[in-house]
Write a protein that binds this ligand. Structure first.
Ligand code: CP
Length: 307
């Protein structure tokens, strides 16, 4: 594995690295099907989830993953900490590390926050989302979910629809999918597509209706109103009309194609409720696969040997 100690992003991972995470996640997925879904792999280790931004899925998923590996888990959230009294990220992390923490799973609004901690702490660091930069474990669980449905990335066609500009998930998914040889396209209003995104090896579309029936996977992204300036698209209603995954659009997709969304969803904006709950939607499979995938990440980065 090229990134030995920390998992900061997907950008610099090789195909072999990614496959190693996915294969180990499959083994942990079998553990999770047992009547007692626990293994002793991280007994005696302490994992901290250090979250400076809200999270439902990622923080709970890492906590469950660590517990299933028999680690001790501490959950930190910004609002209940001394950060609200002005303490810096580094002081917060150093104080927690002084209490003997082996691994830190960090989410922060600043791109590079996970790298900063990896340069300053002895504990291993897993990036759980740093601003608009990367969200590597979301991408890995997305890849695991796609591989379970399609087996082979080489012929897979994936369309990512929505707020690409502000999405760390889109960046990490693009890095992972292109590394594995999938064909990736994005579709959004021009204001929500980063300049020169083609350099990442993706195709760009602006008309969802013209292309939705070409893809095996259509992934909708949340419109991130909290990261946006106003005026990037005329209105929520107009966005839904042009880019929302409506029942009519879902009906035009290829047979056996799947709909993904990293969550949280804005129902009735980027995805309609009956599409999110339809048999084409694998949104809850993504969440389920996230636990096994994060067990694999914690195991590998805590120095576990794969036999
Ligand atoms: N997908 C994702 O990161 O969800 P949360 O913000 O709930 O963790």
């Amino acid at each position: 594995m090229s990134q030995k100690r920390d998992l900061l992003g997907i950008e610099h991972l090789t195909s072999k690295d990614i496959t190693q995470y996915l294969n180990l996640a499959e083994r942990f997925a079998s553990v999770l099907e047992r009547p007692i879904p626990i293994v002793p792999s991280l007994r005696g280790k302490t994992i901290l989830t250090l979250f400076f931004e809200p999270s439902t899925r990622t923080q709970i998923s890492f906590s469950i993953a660590a517990k299933r590996l028999s680690a001790d888990v501490l959950n930190f959230s910004k609002s209940a900490s001394s950060v609200s009294k002005g303490e810096t990220l580094l002081d917060t992390a150093r104080n927690i590390e002084a209490m003997k923490v082996d691994g830190v799973v960090v989410r922060h609004w600043a791109p590079g926050a996970a790298k900063f901690l990896s340069e300053n702490l002895a504990a291993f660091i897993v990036n759980a989302g740093d601003g608009g930069h990367e969200h590597p474990t979301q991408a890995l669980l997305d890849l695991l979910t796609m591989r379970r449905h399609f087996k082979n990335f080489k012929r897979l066609k994936v369309l990512i629809v929505g707020d690409i500009e502000h999405s760390r998930v889109a960046r990490s998914d693009i890095f992972g999918l292109t590394t594995l040889g999938a064909h990736v396209a994005v579709c959004a209003p021009p204001t929500l597509i980063p300049l020169q995104i083609e350099k990442l090896g993706v195709e760009v579309h602006y008309d969802l209706d013209a292309v939705i029936d070409h893809y095996d996977v259509v992934m909708a992204l949340r419109i991130q109103l909290e990261r946006q300036e106003s005026g990037l698209f005329p209105s929520i209603r107009e966005y839904r009309e042009q880019y929302g995954l409506t029942r009519e659009r879902a009906a035009r997709m290829k047979s056996k194609s799947i709909i993904m969304h990293p969550g949280p969803t804005n129902r009735g904006v980027e995805i309609d409720p009956d599409v999110a709950d339809s048999t084409m939607s694998v949104i809850l499979e993504q969440v389920k696969n996230g636990v096994a995938l994060r067990m694999a990440v914690l195991f590998i980065h805590s120095g576990g040997k794969i036999v």
